[in-house]
Structure formats: structure tokens, C-alpha cells
Design a protein around this ligand. Sequence first.
Ligand SMILES: Cc1ncc(COP(=O)(O)O)c(C=O)c1O
Length: 371
Amino acid sequence: MNIHTASTWVEVNLETIRNNVRIMRAAAGVPVMGIVKGNAYGHGTAKVSRAIVEGGAECLGVARLEEARDAREGGVDVPILVLGYVHPERAKEAAENNATLTVYNLDLAKQLSEQAIKNGVVIPVHVKIDTGMRRLGVFAENGVEFFEQIQRLPGIKITGMFTHFPRIDEVRHPTTYVQLERFNHLIGELRSRRIHTGVIHASTSAGVLYMPEARFDMVRSGITIYGLKSTEDLPQLDGIQPALTWKARVISIKNIPAGEGIGYNHRYITQKEERIGVIAVGYGDGMRRKLGNFAIVGGKRVNMVGGMCMDQCMVNLDEVPDVKIGDEAVLIGTQGSETITAEDIAKAWNTTNYEVVNSLHARVPRFYFDA
Ligand SMILES: Cc1ncc(COP(=O)(O)O)c(C=O)c1O
């Protein structure tokens, strides 16, 4: 199978990713950790990890150890931080993938230390501080004690500390400043005790737009380097472009008489004789099983009619009479003068652009371009 014979596929422009990283790096003014969790936000971990490093990111961030392995397959040798949970018994695997792990709980850190000793490895770790997300992390007020305990454990070595802001996309929300204050307070306490913290990071993409005081030694950026918006409330950084296009092929066209039900449960009834096309994409690829979806076909935005099936969906082609079997439909991206963004789909699905691109299933082939 190649791009000309694929049913539905994703095109990723790696040069756009590199360029987005360059722009993010310049705006941040500090090193960038490129976030490649969730299959690099649906774009494909290995190739995209490499492009992000080529664009100038000094570090990568993933959620799972297997994602660190996938990123290494892209041939990158920068540090990779696993932001989420890793079972302590995977210490050796972590070392083999040269992964930095996150510690946020004393028992887990002790088990990791034991496993590291047992396997004769030293695991670099970043300490996660909970300043207000109430997810992973040591409460900021217990941070000093935690550092004192962790730094004594053999087999693990503190190389960083970080926190996470759950409301940073809500521009200048007071919660973020309260969190920043707690984080800064802890940093001050650690410094006054000469406790080594390693690299300090907190901000994600949105913070780079308006919170220079949250940059510390590094920023973690995902959504912006894919060219998507981190917040609807501020303009995107100049020059940032979406890197991903999602397409599918028109695979059938029929004139359906008036009054016929279309698709499962006949959720659409033709009003008159209608030219109905079938597109080879469905919820098994990452669309949503709901009404009100759309695509660009023949250079025009057309509505999907009837429910979304697992592998197909139907569109009304009355407005685009020249469209024929084999033509491309665009789900995300541009065709002619029409564009559908991940943000447009997010609005229609009542979710975020993060979830839209993350929903792209593994069976959808990714094709990579360099210009
Ligand atoms: C801990 C952590 N850091 C960084 C990021 C990247 O955030 P963004 O994609 O908004 O830049 C995420 C994203 O979910 C995250 O969970």
C-alpha cells in the first residue's frame, strides 16, 4: 500500500514540525522538552521525535516507558522523561532505553531504588510536585522532606523537578499564579538547604504565550509544536503551522431516491433524489459516531449524512457534481480554498484539539514529508 492506494491516511510534514520547534524554542528562550506522548499527539512517535530534536528540542517527554522506546527508535539520543507511572520492576528496561523516570511517591521511589541496585543501573529521576493539579506529585509543602529522603536512595539520581498547571490555557487564571507561588516557595526552601534539584520546569505551550515567569530552566511543549492552538484566548505564535493532514478516499457514489434512509438506523432521510458518496473513514479510524460531521470534497465543505459507521461514512455530493470515485476527501487540512482544522472538529465534538488528533487510530497509515 502507498499513499495513492490508501483508504484513509495521515500526512505529516516533518519540516513544519522542525520549524514549529524552532519558533517555540526562540519564544521560550530556554530549552524545550518536546512532548511526544499519545503517539506524538497522533502524528507518530519515532519520525516525529526525530524531527522535534532536529528542530532544536533538548529533551523529549512521554507518558509511558514504551513511548520512550518508540522515540528511541527514531534515533534520538537526548534525555527522555517519562512523565507518568512506570512499574519499578521495569528499572532495567528504563535504563536500556536511557529513560528518565518521574518520582512522586516514597514507596514507589524506594522500590525503584531497590530494582535499580538489583539490576546494577542508576536511574535519573525528576521529582513531580503537586502544586494544585491534584493528580501525580508530592504536595509542595512536603517537597523538602521528600527531596531529603529521595536524595539518599541509592540507584536513583535526581536530575530535575517539575509541576503542572491544569488551568494554564485559561489565560492569567489566578489558580496558576497560586501554583507558581507554591512552586517558587519550595524552590527557595530547597536552595536555602543546598538541595540539588536539577533542571526545573513547569510551563506548557500556553504559558510560553503569556507567563515568562513560569519558564524556569525548560518548558514542556506539545500542542504548539504540532501547530495546534494551546488556547483559544490568545493568538498563536507567528509562523506556527499545523503539521498534520487527514484524508480519505471517496469509494462509492450513487443517486439515492427521495425518502430513503441512509446508514445505520436510517438517521438521515433523503429530501429529494440525492447524490450520496461514501468515504472510507469511520469511527474505527478516529472519527466520532455522531451526527454533524463534515469533510472537504471537490474543494467544498460537505456534510456527512446518516450516522458514522466504523469504516465508512456518507456525504451529500449534490454541490460538487464533478467528484468521482477515488477522489480525496479532507477531514483535517486544506483542499482548494477550504480548510478544516482540528479545532473546528473539536468544537463539533465538544472536546479539545488534543483529543481530536489523539483519536487517530493506529490502523490509519502515516506518511511523512519533508517540505
Ligand atoms: C505533564 C505534561 N507536560 C506537558 C504537556 C504538554 O502540554 P501542551 O501540549 O499544552 O504543550 C502535557 C500535556 O498534556 C502534560 O500532561
